[in-house]
Design a protein around this ligand. Sequence first.
Ligand code: GRF
Length: 202
Amino acid sequence: MAEKAKIAVLVSGGGTNLQALIDAERSGIIDSGEIVLVISNNEGAYALERAEKAGIEAHAVTKRAHGGQAGFEAAVRELLDSKGIDLIVLAGFLSILSEDFVKHYDHRIINIHPALIPSFCGPGYYGLKPHIAALERGVKVTGATVHYVNEIADGGEIISQKAVYIQDGDTPETLQRRVMEEAEWIILPQAVADICRGIVGA
Ligand code: GRF
């Protein structure tokens, strides 16, 4: 095994979780892994600029340019395999991957979800939706979950979770921000660091 595990990060939007991973690699929290590839399914994603600023190879791979889901996944697999990727991190990646794709990379794909699974998760719970649902249900605690990705949306083995308290006056936007700051940006880099140490046998 190489000295460091090779990490690919798949993104769709702003890329604050990608930034947290880049910062964690720089600060040494991720000491056994290296982000070598960023792929966005959205060519306008600001996450692509974050990758470029950090000197990481970045590609936009769209379904439109590849004639749909099968061509898109084939192009993504080609990139991942050409780089010898050990760990695939879905960090705000909004495209659903096929059963065939996730089975091919069994226990090598992880995702961050902005709620405490099994609450507010599964099909349709992306973006602000988990936070809207948490506030509507009146829960007092929410949070974030890092989990392995399998063929069931948000259904894979849970790796880590962190709780975040709801505050009076929270809106979906304020809650989303606090869940990111207090949970996502902490537990995702930590999970990546731990998994990479396991991969390289450190
Ligand atoms: C995060 O809340 C993440 O948990 C969810 O989508 C959002 C992505 O944000 N899956 P960013 O692109 O990392 O800023």
